[in-house]
Design a protein around this ligand. Structure first.
Ligand code: SF4
Length: 323
């Protein structure tokens, strides 16, 4: 494994559709190289490339397949020869990989694929009617069903700055949880994890933070593994919906409250002005956050310095420059 150039963010394992890395595994012998995935995310993610269609023995090049039938339970069959049905093979392979790849912290799927597509995959009517866009690739469905906590995204949606930041934030949260539980979850560990993610959770709304807090309050009173399972399911579900500007602004105001005593009037006005400009959509999140971190460096606050909200993913990804 290549070392990360960022000590705070070691390279983490993320599954990826092989064709996105430029591997010539598509049905036509081509690839769908995505340079954001390889050149940008590749600096921080240790990709585990998987092509389910090659893995089940279809070979390259191969006859194309597509989804047909019920959009909720489609079958993957040959476009030219519908008697070629690889539904079970793709599903079985997905279930096997989910058992073998439990260490993955995230997964990037190729969009629109009858095997790897995560959503809006075309499902054709066997009677020849118009295709429905409500399908999911058979392999992707097996992976997502077997690993419901795993953050997943499609490469096409990574061009949206909000979805991109949200996905990568979830990958890092999931990875921190995997590291914590690999060491053996303890009541203290759960309380610390919750404390350090407080303001990240607050960007999804106070009610999520309070609900998670009620779970953590039972740490030490009930089986920690079961409690931890409930906690991480609720946390990952809360983080799935991207944070809004309004909620980020509320969190920034909260954080500013800790520094108030150390800021003079001009400092306060400047920071408040930038938080307001961010809330109105005039500047990206990185602008008020950079000033806040500047003040935090001048007046360190140990509680705030523990907050992952201030640095949830590597700076070099510049994910908060566009949201
Ligand atoms: S989309 Fe999935 S199945 Fe299709 S070539 Fe890429 S990795 Fe293989």
């Amino acid at each position: 494994m290549m070392p990360s150039r960022h000590p705070q963010f070691p390279r983490i394992p993320v599954g990826v559709s092989s064709c996105l890395l430029g591997q010539s595994v598509r049905f036509d012998g081509g690839h769908k190289h995505n340079s954001y995935v390889t050149q940008t995310l590749g600096q921080f993610f240790e990709f585990v490339p998987i092509c389910p269609e090659v893995a089940i023995g279809l070979g390259t090049p191969r006859p194309p397949i597509r989804l047909v039938g019920d959009p909720l339970h489609p079958r993957a069959v040959g476009v030219r020869d519908p008697s070629l049905d690889v539904t079970e093979a793709l599903r079985d392979y997905g279930q096997r990989m989910a058992r073998e790849l439990g260490q993955l912290s995230g997964y990037i799927f190729k969009r629109a694929s009858p095997s790897c597509g995560m959503e809006r995959v075309k499902v054709y009517d066997e009677g020849g009617g118009m295709p429905n866009n409500a399908g999911r690739g058979i392999y992707a469905q097996a992976i997502m069903q077997a690993l419901p906590l795993l953050p997943t995204e499609e490469e096409g949606r990574l061009t949206d700055p909000v979805l991109r930041e949200n996905f990568i934030e979830r990958v890092y949260v999931h990875h921190r949880w995997q590291r914590l539980t690999a060491e053996g979850l303890t009541p203290r560990g759960l309380v610390d994890f919750h404390t350090e993610h407080k303001y990240l959770v607050m960007t999804r709304g106070q009610r999520h933070y309070q609900a998670l807090g009620r779970l953590v309050a039972d740490a030490g009173k009930e089986d920690i593994e079961a409690l931890g399972g409930r906690y991480i399911r609720a946390l990952m579900a809360a983080l799935e919906r991207p944070a809004t500007r309004k909620r980020h602004s509320n969190v920034l105001m909260h954080l500013m409250g800790y520094l108030k005593k150390n800021l003079d009037r001009a400092d306060k006005e400047e920071l408040l002005g930038l938080i307001d400009a961010y809330r109105r959509g005039r500047v990206p999140l990185v602008v008020p956050l950079t000033l806040l971190r500047h003040h935090l460096r001048r007046s360190p606050n140990t509680y705030l310095l523990r907050q992952h909200y201030l640095s949830p993913h590597p700076e070099e990804l510049m994910l908060r420059n566009d949201i």
